[in-house]
Design a protein around this ligand. Structure first.
Ligand SMILES: Cc1ncc(COP(=O)(O)O)c(C=O)c1O
Length: 367
Protein backbone atom coordinates (compact mmCIF):
# COMPACT_ATOMS: atom_id res chain seq x y z
CA UNK A 1 0.00 0.00 0.00
CA UNK A 2 1.25 3.52 -0.81
CA UNK A 3 0.34 6.10 1.84
CA UNK A 4 0.73 9.59 0.42
CA UNK A 5 1.61 12.64 2.41
CA UNK A 6 -0.59 15.04 0.42
CA UNK A 7 -3.89 14.87 -1.39
CA UNK A 8 -4.46 18.54 -2.20
CA UNK A 9 -7.50 17.88 -4.39
CA UNK A 10 -9.39 16.20 -1.55
CA UNK A 11 -10.41 19.62 -0.19
CA UNK A 12 -12.42 20.17 -3.41
CA UNK A 13 -14.95 17.46 -2.60
CA UNK A 14 -18.69 17.61 -2.02
CA UNK A 15 -20.48 20.77 -3.13
CA UNK A 16 -17.63 21.96 -5.33
CA UNK A 17 -20.00 22.68 -8.28
CA UNK A 18 -21.26 25.92 -6.72
CA UNK A 19 -17.67 27.06 -6.18
CA UNK A 20 -16.86 26.30 -9.83
CA UNK A 21 -19.88 28.34 -10.94
CA UNK A 22 -18.72 31.26 -8.79
CA UNK A 23 -15.18 31.09 -10.16
CA UNK A 24 -16.63 31.14 -13.67
CA UNK A 25 -18.74 34.16 -12.76
CA UNK A 26 -15.63 35.90 -11.45
CA UNK A 27 -13.63 35.15 -14.60
CA UNK A 28 -16.22 36.61 -16.96
CA UNK A 29 -16.99 39.48 -14.59
CA UNK A 30 -13.59 40.99 -15.45
CA UNK A 31 -12.70 42.38 -11.99
CA UNK A 32 -9.77 40.56 -10.44
CA UNK A 33 -7.86 42.76 -7.98
CA UNK A 34 -8.88 43.50 -4.36
CA UNK A 35 -12.52 42.81 -5.19
CA UNK A 36 -15.45 42.27 -2.86
CA UNK A 37 -14.50 38.55 -2.86
CA UNK A 38 -11.19 39.46 -1.19
CA UNK A 39 -12.90 41.72 1.35
CA UNK A 40 -15.47 39.00 2.03
CA UNK A 41 -12.83 36.38 2.84
CA UNK A 42 -10.94 38.89 4.98
CA UNK A 43 -14.13 39.58 7.00
CA UNK A 44 -14.94 35.87 7.31
CA UNK A 45 -11.43 34.90 8.42
CA UNK A 46 -11.34 37.80 10.91
CA UNK A 47 -14.67 36.62 12.40
CA UNK A 48 -13.37 33.03 12.53
CA UNK A 49 -10.20 34.10 14.36
CA UNK A 50 -12.02 36.55 16.62
CA UNK A 51 -9.83 39.46 15.58
CA UNK A 52 -10.63 42.93 14.24
CA UNK A 53 -8.93 42.92 10.82
CA UNK A 54 -7.45 40.55 8.25
CA UNK A 55 -5.50 41.66 5.18
CA UNK A 56 -4.89 39.11 2.42
CA UNK A 57 -1.44 38.94 0.83
CA UNK A 58 0.39 36.71 -1.68
CA UNK A 59 2.18 34.29 0.67
CA UNK A 60 2.91 33.51 4.30
CA UNK A 61 6.43 34.82 3.78
CA UNK A 62 5.02 38.15 2.60
CA UNK A 63 2.62 38.16 5.56
CA UNK A 64 5.56 38.04 7.98
CA UNK A 65 7.69 40.53 6.02
CA UNK A 66 4.87 43.04 5.59
CA UNK A 67 3.68 42.73 9.21
CA UNK A 68 7.19 43.51 10.46
CA UNK A 69 7.62 46.41 8.05
CA UNK A 70 4.19 47.84 8.97
CA UNK A 71 5.29 47.74 12.61
CA UNK A 72 8.15 50.03 11.60
CA UNK A 73 10.73 47.26 12.00
CA UNK A 74 13.68 47.32 9.62
CA UNK A 75 17.39 48.01 9.35
CA UNK A 76 19.12 48.31 12.73
CA UNK A 77 16.34 46.41 14.53
CA UNK A 78 16.51 42.86 15.88
CA UNK A 79 13.77 40.23 15.95
CA UNK A 80 13.83 37.06 18.05
CA UNK A 81 12.57 33.72 16.77
CA UNK A 82 13.32 30.02 17.22
CA UNK A 83 16.09 27.94 15.62
CA UNK A 84 13.71 25.10 14.69
CA UNK A 85 11.38 26.61 12.14
CA UNK A 86 10.88 26.66 8.40
CA UNK A 87 13.36 28.91 6.62
CA UNK A 88 10.61 31.41 5.65
CA UNK A 89 10.21 32.67 9.23
CA UNK A 90 13.80 33.84 9.37
CA UNK A 91 14.01 34.83 5.70
CA UNK A 92 11.06 37.17 6.28
CA UNK A 93 12.84 38.86 9.21
CA UNK A 94 15.83 39.47 6.95
CA UNK A 95 13.65 40.63 4.07
CA UNK A 96 12.16 43.26 6.40
CA UNK A 97 15.72 44.57 6.86
CA UNK A 98 15.94 43.50 10.51
CA UNK A 99 18.49 41.07 11.99
CA UNK A 100 17.19 37.76 13.35
CA UNK A 101 18.25 36.53 16.81
CA UNK A 102 17.62 32.86 17.48
CA UNK A 103 16.72 31.05 20.67
CA UNK A 104 16.42 27.32 21.16
CA UNK A 105 13.26 25.22 21.25
CA UNK A 106 11.67 23.58 24.27
CA UNK A 107 12.63 19.91 24.23
CA UNK A 108 9.07 18.63 24.90
CA UNK A 109 6.84 21.04 22.99
CA UNK A 110 9.29 21.95 20.17
CA UNK A 111 7.96 25.52 20.56
CA UNK A 112 10.04 28.62 21.31
CA UNK A 113 11.77 28.24 24.70
CA UNK A 114 10.17 31.21 26.40
CA UNK A 115 12.72 31.66 29.26
CA UNK A 116 15.47 32.01 26.65
CA UNK A 117 13.58 34.82 24.95
CA UNK A 118 13.89 37.08 28.00
CA UNK A 119 17.66 36.53 28.01
CA UNK A 120 17.91 37.30 24.29
CA UNK A 121 16.19 40.71 24.46
CA UNK A 122 18.65 43.54 23.84
CA UNK A 123 18.39 47.30 23.29
CA UNK A 124 17.59 46.90 19.57
CA UNK A 125 15.07 44.07 19.93
CA UNK A 126 11.69 45.12 18.51
CA UNK A 127 9.70 41.92 18.14
CA UNK A 128 9.40 38.21 18.89
CA UNK A 129 8.11 35.74 16.29
CA UNK A 130 6.86 32.55 17.98
CA UNK A 131 6.01 29.75 15.54
CA UNK A 132 2.98 27.53 16.25
CA UNK A 133 5.04 24.66 14.93
CA UNK A 134 3.40 21.57 13.38
CA UNK A 135 -0.02 23.02 14.40
CA UNK A 136 0.65 23.21 18.14
CA UNK A 137 -0.40 26.56 19.65
CA UNK A 138 2.29 28.44 21.57
CA UNK A 139 1.12 29.68 25.00
CA UNK A 140 1.62 33.42 24.75
CA UNK A 141 0.71 34.74 28.23
CA UNK A 142 4.29 34.85 29.54
CA UNK A 143 5.66 36.13 26.23
CA UNK A 144 2.94 38.79 26.19
CA UNK A 145 3.96 39.98 29.67
CA UNK A 146 7.61 40.12 28.61
CA UNK A 147 6.72 41.93 25.38
CA UNK A 148 4.64 44.49 27.27
CA UNK A 149 7.47 45.13 29.74
CA UNK A 150 10.11 45.46 27.01
CA UNK A 151 7.93 47.28 24.45
CA UNK A 152 8.12 44.48 21.89
CA UNK A 153 5.63 43.37 19.27
CA UNK A 154 4.59 39.72 19.03
CA UNK A 155 4.20 38.57 15.43
CA UNK A 156 2.78 35.06 15.45
CA UNK A 157 3.90 32.73 12.68
CA UNK A 158 0.62 30.80 12.36
CA UNK A 159 1.42 29.35 8.91
CA UNK A 160 1.00 25.80 10.23
CA UNK A 161 -1.82 26.34 12.71
CA UNK A 162 -5.09 27.63 11.17
CA UNK A 163 -7.82 27.03 13.71
CA UNK A 164 -5.54 25.95 16.58
CA UNK A 165 -6.81 27.22 19.93
CA UNK A 166 -5.29 27.71 23.33
CA UNK A 167 -7.46 28.54 26.33
CA UNK A 168 -10.31 28.96 23.86
CA UNK A 169 -8.62 31.57 21.65
CA UNK A 170 -7.43 31.02 18.12
CA UNK A 171 -3.80 31.49 17.21
CA UNK A 172 -3.23 34.51 15.02
CA UNK A 173 -5.45 36.56 17.34
CA UNK A 174 -3.15 36.41 20.37
CA UNK A 175 -0.23 38.65 19.40
CA UNK A 176 0.20 42.09 17.85
CA UNK A 177 -0.23 40.44 14.45
CA UNK A 178 -0.79 36.87 13.25
CA UNK A 179 0.62 35.66 9.94
CA UNK A 180 -0.86 32.84 7.86
CA UNK A 181 0.13 30.91 4.76
CA UNK A 182 -2.51 29.27 2.56
CA UNK A 183 0.03 27.28 0.53
CA UNK A 184 -1.67 24.13 -0.87
CA UNK A 185 -0.04 21.95 1.83
CA UNK A 186 -1.59 23.94 4.69
CA UNK A 187 -4.62 23.08 6.85
CA UNK A 188 -6.53 25.89 5.09
CA UNK A 189 -5.20 25.88 1.56
CA UNK A 190 -5.57 27.98 -1.57
CA UNK A 191 -5.08 26.48 -5.02
CA UNK A 192 -1.68 28.12 -5.22
CA UNK A 193 0.15 30.64 -3.04
CA UNK A 194 -1.73 32.95 -0.69
CA UNK A 195 -1.38 34.40 2.81
CA UNK A 196 -2.94 36.79 5.31
CA UNK A 197 -2.16 39.00 8.30
CA UNK A 198 -4.57 39.30 11.22
CA UNK A 199 -4.48 42.10 13.77
CA UNK A 200 -6.75 43.79 16.27
CA UNK A 201 -4.86 47.08 15.83
CA UNK A 202 -6.76 49.18 13.27
CA UNK A 203 -3.91 51.62 12.70
CA UNK A 204 -1.53 48.72 12.03
CA UNK A 205 -4.11 47.17 9.68
CA UNK A 206 -4.18 50.43 7.75
CA UNK A 207 -0.40 50.40 7.36
CA UNK A 208 -0.50 46.75 6.28
CA UNK A 209 -3.12 47.65 3.65
CA UNK A 210 -0.73 50.28 2.28
CA UNK A 211 2.33 48.02 2.50
CA UNK A 212 0.71 45.20 0.50
CA UNK A 213 -0.40 47.59 -2.22
CA UNK A 214 2.75 49.41 -3.33
CA UNK A 215 2.58 51.78 -0.38
CA UNK A 216 -0.58 53.32 -1.81
CA UNK A 217 -2.90 55.25 0.50
CA UNK A 218 -5.12 56.58 -2.29
CA UNK A 219 -4.89 56.45 -6.07
CA UNK A 220 -1.45 57.80 -7.03
CA UNK A 221 -0.60 58.67 -3.42
CA UNK A 222 2.30 56.36 -2.41
CA UNK A 223 3.34 56.98 1.17
CA UNK A 224 5.97 54.21 1.52
CA UNK A 225 7.89 51.89 -0.83
CA UNK A 226 5.55 48.92 -0.35
CA UNK A 227 5.37 45.42 -1.78
CA UNK A 228 2.87 44.38 -4.43
CA UNK A 229 1.37 41.47 -2.51
CA UNK A 230 -2.41 41.34 -2.69
CA UNK A 231 -4.46 38.22 -2.06
CA UNK A 232 -5.74 37.05 -5.43
CA UNK A 233 -9.53 37.28 -5.78
CA UNK A 234 -9.92 33.71 -7.13
CA UNK A 235 -7.90 32.36 -4.20
CA UNK A 236 -9.99 34.43 -1.79
CA UNK A 237 -13.18 32.88 -3.20
CA UNK A 238 -11.70 29.38 -2.82
CA UNK A 239 -10.65 30.15 0.76
CA UNK A 240 -14.15 31.44 1.61
CA UNK A 241 -15.59 28.19 0.30
CA UNK A 242 -13.19 26.11 2.38
CA UNK A 243 -13.23 28.08 5.63
CA UNK A 244 -16.53 26.63 6.98
CA UNK A 245 -15.01 23.16 6.49
CA UNK A 246 -11.75 23.88 8.31
CA UNK A 247 -12.83 22.84 11.82
CA UNK A 248 -14.10 19.48 10.55
CA UNK A 249 -10.83 18.87 8.69
CA UNK A 250 -8.84 19.79 11.80
CA UNK A 251 -10.98 17.39 13.88
CA UNK A 252 -10.15 14.65 11.36
CA UNK A 253 -6.45 15.47 11.69
CA UNK A 254 -6.78 15.17 15.48
CA UNK A 255 -8.48 11.79 15.04
CA UNK A 256 -5.58 10.56 12.88
CA UNK A 257 -3.11 11.87 15.49
CA UNK A 258 -4.98 10.08 18.28
CA UNK A 259 -4.93 6.80 16.32
CA UNK A 260 -1.20 7.15 15.65
CA UNK A 261 -0.55 8.05 19.27
CA UNK A 262 -2.48 5.06 20.59
CA UNK A 263 -1.22 2.64 17.92
CA UNK A 264 2.42 3.52 18.58
CA UNK A 265 2.18 3.48 22.38
CA UNK A 266 4.87 1.44 24.10
CA UNK A 267 7.46 1.87 21.32
CA UNK A 268 10.79 3.64 21.95
CA UNK A 269 9.39 6.82 20.35
CA UNK A 270 8.29 10.14 21.77
CA UNK A 271 5.79 12.70 20.56
CA UNK A 272 5.37 16.47 20.63
CA UNK A 273 3.75 17.20 24.03
CA UNK A 274 -0.02 17.65 23.73
CA UNK A 275 -1.88 19.57 26.47
CA UNK A 276 -5.58 19.21 27.36
CA UNK A 277 -6.30 22.98 27.27
CA UNK A 278 -5.11 23.35 23.69
CA UNK A 279 -6.55 22.40 20.31
CA UNK A 280 -3.54 21.22 18.32
CA UNK A 281 -4.40 21.06 14.60
CA UNK A 282 -1.70 18.60 13.55
CA UNK A 283 -0.46 20.24 10.39
CA UNK A 284 2.24 17.62 10.86
CA UNK A 285 2.42 14.55 13.09
CA UNK A 286 5.96 13.93 14.27
CA UNK A 287 7.58 10.98 16.00
CA UNK A 288 10.97 11.24 17.65
CA UNK A 289 13.63 8.54 17.77
CA UNK A 290 17.43 8.39 17.71
CA UNK A 291 17.02 5.78 14.94
CA UNK A 292 15.24 8.33 12.75
CA UNK A 293 17.13 7.81 9.48
CA UNK A 294 16.74 4.02 9.60
CA UNK A 295 13.02 4.35 10.41
CA UNK A 296 12.60 6.82 7.56
CA UNK A 297 14.27 4.43 5.09
CA UNK A 298 12.12 1.54 6.37
CA UNK A 299 8.87 3.54 5.98
CA UNK A 300 9.75 4.82 2.53
CA UNK A 301 10.72 1.34 1.32
CA UNK A 302 7.30 0.13 2.48
CA UNK A 303 5.46 2.89 0.56
CA UNK A 304 4.82 5.27 3.45
CA UNK A 305 5.49 8.85 2.37
CA UNK A 306 7.24 9.93 5.58
CA UNK A 307 9.44 13.02 5.52
CA UNK A 308 11.77 15.07 7.75
CA UNK A 309 10.68 18.59 8.71
CA UNK A 310 13.27 20.12 9.07
CA UNK A 311 16.60 18.29 8.66
CA UNK A 312 18.78 21.43 8.94
CA UNK A 313 18.11 23.90 11.74
CA UNK A 314 18.10 27.57 10.82
CA UNK A 315 21.50 28.36 12.36
CA UNK A 316 23.20 25.84 10.06
CA UNK A 317 21.50 26.97 6.82
CA UNK A 318 23.91 28.50 4.26
CA UNK A 319 21.46 31.39 3.75
CA UNK A 320 22.33 32.70 7.21
CA UNK A 321 26.05 31.84 7.34
CA UNK A 322 26.98 35.53 7.61
CA UNK A 323 25.18 35.80 10.97
CA UNK A 324 27.92 33.76 12.65
CA UNK A 325 25.78 31.09 14.30
CA UNK A 326 27.71 27.94 15.24
CA UNK A 327 27.03 24.20 15.38
CA UNK A 328 26.17 23.31 18.97
CA UNK A 329 24.71 26.73 19.72
CA UNK A 330 21.07 25.53 19.74
CA UNK A 331 21.33 21.91 20.89
CA UNK A 332 17.61 21.13 21.12
CA UNK A 333 17.01 22.38 17.57
CA UNK A 334 19.93 20.22 16.40
CA UNK A 335 18.60 17.14 18.19
CA UNK A 336 15.11 17.69 16.74
CA UNK A 337 16.65 18.01 13.28
CA UNK A 338 18.25 14.58 13.74
CA UNK A 339 15.45 12.78 15.57
CA UNK A 340 12.09 13.95 14.16
CA UNK A 341 10.20 12.35 11.35
CA UNK A 342 6.71 13.21 10.04
CA UNK A 343 4.18 10.47 9.40
CA UNK A 344 1.58 11.20 6.68
CA UNK A 345 -1.34 13.16 8.10
CA UNK A 346 -4.30 14.44 6.07
CA UNK A 347 -7.96 14.88 6.96
CA UNK A 348 -8.89 12.17 4.44
CA UNK A 349 -6.38 9.55 5.62
CA UNK A 350 -8.37 6.28 5.74
CA UNK A 351 -8.29 3.82 8.63
CA UNK A 352 -6.50 1.08 6.61
CA UNK A 353 -3.82 3.62 5.69
CA UNK A 354 -3.39 4.66 9.34
CA UNK A 355 -3.21 1.01 10.41
CA UNK A 356 -0.66 0.28 7.70
CA UNK A 357 1.56 3.14 8.88
CA UNK A 358 1.26 2.00 12.51
CA UNK A 359 2.02 -1.63 11.59
CA UNK A 360 5.02 -0.56 9.49
CA UNK A 361 6.46 1.49 12.38
CA UNK A 362 5.76 -1.34 14.85
CA UNK A 363 7.48 -3.84 12.53
CA UNK A 364 10.59 -1.61 12.44
CA UNK A 365 10.85 -1.86 16.23
CA UNK A 366 10.05 -5.61 16.12
CA UNK A 367 6.79 -5.01 18.01
C1 LIG B 1 6.32 28.04 9.74
C2 LIG B 1 6.16 28.67 8.38
N1 LIG B 1 6.34 29.99 8.24
C3 LIG B 1 6.20 30.60 7.05
C4 LIG B 1 5.84 29.88 5.93
C5 LIG B 1 5.79 30.61 4.63
O1 LIG B 1 4.59 30.50 3.95
P1 LIG B 1 4.56 30.61 2.35
O2 LIG B 1 5.08 29.33 1.79
O3 LIG B 1 3.11 30.82 2.04
O4 LIG B 1 5.39 31.78 1.97
C6 LIG B 1 5.59 28.51 6.03
C7 LIG B 1 5.15 27.67 4.90
O5 LIG B 1 5.61 27.49 3.89
C8 LIG B 1 5.77 27.87 7.29
O6 LIG B 1 5.60 26.55 7.43
Amino acid sequence: MDVHRYNYAHQFGEGVECLMAELQRMLVDGRYVLTEDVRRFEREFAAYLGVGCVQGVNTGTDALTIALAALGIGRGDRVITQANTFNATVAAIRLSGATPDLVDADDRTYLIDEPQVAAAVGPDTRAVVPVHLYGKPTPLAALRALADRAGLAIVEDAAQAHGARIDGRRVGSLGTAGCFSFHPSKNLAAAGDAGAIATGDRALAGRIAERRNLGQRAQNEHVVAGANSKLDALQARILSWKLPRLDAWNAQRRRVARLYHDGLAGLPLSFQAWAPHEAHVFHLFTVRTDRRDALLAHLRAAGVDAVVRYPTPIHLQPAFADLGWRRGQFPVAERLAHELLCLPIRPDLALPEIEFVVDTVRAFFGA
